[in-house]
Design a protein around this ligand. Structure first.
Ligand SMILES: Nc1ncnc2c1ncn2[C@@H]1O[C@H](COP(=O)(O)OP(=O)(O)OP(=O)(O)O)[C@@H](O)[C@H]1O
Ligand SMILES: [Mg+2]
Length: 312
């Protein structure tokens, strides 16, 4: 059963269509990641779902509520990590967590949350003495302490060092194990790939693609990259027609192709006939990042540089 239902959502700021007819659902227990370039509308969508912004039009149902009118009953069931949160800097993480925890009927123990986000060393220090990444860990802790059914995480790991990021991933994995539903935004493809059951790519307020990372990866027009080094004593012009798109990448050649088996057959056939080696030969499938860049590139070409204007 879906926990979040979004139908034809619009949010217009004057002439700017920040969200321009979005529809998607999030199933119970699912982790959905919103991807998209700066200004695509991710935060706007998330904040509308949290009940922090009013929509221009569209239908919404989140945990059975309309976020705009759900009030306290709704707020008690969700956890929020804003893209930019402001907390009182003279309090310590432990004090803030106790305060927030008091507002929820269900909740986690303060020490457990502090431990989970990796803030034990700074639990009693004033927030103003925390580093950027430590503050973000506090934001995550505050979103979690009310034991929410549904958690909104807007770029939760921006500014995290690699080990803190891994820890945050483990945290989201453990939330999934507890059956929580998570809607997150991120600019990190590896994060989306690791955490998300499904990914929704948003470009200029519209849905460009939605599916599992594998489904989206598999939808690439150019699905594979064959990399090899041109043998000594030969020249690019000696190569047979390999199809696809051939690029020079430092000392290597890269062939981007939708039919890697055909291309490999021609390439290796050519090398064997000439008795030359193809040093450093590798074949890689398109990554989520490749497809993502392809998707947003195509969308940007469709609407060059400018948002659609709303006729009034
Ligand atoms: N309060 C506002 N008033 C006017 N325009 C706004 C407002 N908030 C957002 N916008 C515009 O709406 C669009 C979407 O912004 P939004 O913050 O949702 O993007 P985002 O996808 O979260 O981007 P980022 O990756 O940079 O966080 C942008 O064009 C932005 O300038
Ligand atoms: Mg944002």
């Amino acid at each position: 059963m879906p926990v979040v239902v979004v139908k034809d959502l619009h949010k217009h700021y004057g002439e700017v269509r920040a969200v321009d007819g979005l529809s998607f659902t999030v199933e119970a227990g699912e982790v959905l990641a919103l991807l998209g370039p700066n200004g695509a509308g991710k935060t706007t969508v998330v904040e509308i779902l949290e009940g922090h912004r009013r929509r221009t039009s569209g239908e919404l149902e989140v945990l059975g509520f309309d976020p705009e009118s759900g009030g306290r009953d709704y707020r008690e069931k969700i956890g929020i990590v804003l893209q930019e949160a402001g907390v009182d800097e003279d309090f310590s993480p432990r004090e803030l967590l106790k305060l927030y925890r008091g507002m929820y009927p269900r909740r986690f123990a303060v020490d457990e949350v502090i431990e989970r986000v990796g803030l034990a060393e700074k639990a009693d220090a004033k927030v103003k003495t925390l580093s950027g990444g430590q503050r973000r860990r506090l934001d995550l802790a505050l979103g979690l302490v009310g034991d929410p059914e549904l958690l909104f995480l807007d770029e939760p790991t921006t500014g995290f060092d690699p080990s803190a990021r891994r820890r945050a991933w483990d945290l989201v994995d453990s939330l999934r194990d507890l059956g929580k539903t998570v809607l997150l935004t991120t600019h990190y493809m590896d994060e989306a790939e690791h955490l998300a059951d499904r990914v929704a790519v948003i470009v200029e307020g519209r849905l460009a693609a939605i599916g599992t990372p594998a489904e989206i990866g598999g939808s690439a027009r150019v699905s594979s990259t064959i990399t090899f080094r041109i043998p000594r004593g030969t020249d690019i012009s000696d190569l047979p027609d390999l199809g696809g798109q051939l690029l020079t990448e430092g000392a290597d050649l890269q062939l981007r192709t939708a039919v890697p088996v055909d291309a490999l057959e021609r390439l290796t056939g050519w090398a064997r006939a000439r008795h030359v080696e193809l040093a450093g030969l590798t074949v890689e499938r398109a990554s989520l990042e490749d497809v993502y860049l392809e998707l947003i590139g195509a969308e940007e070409q469709r609407a060059p540089g400018e948002q659609d204007k709303v006729s009034s």
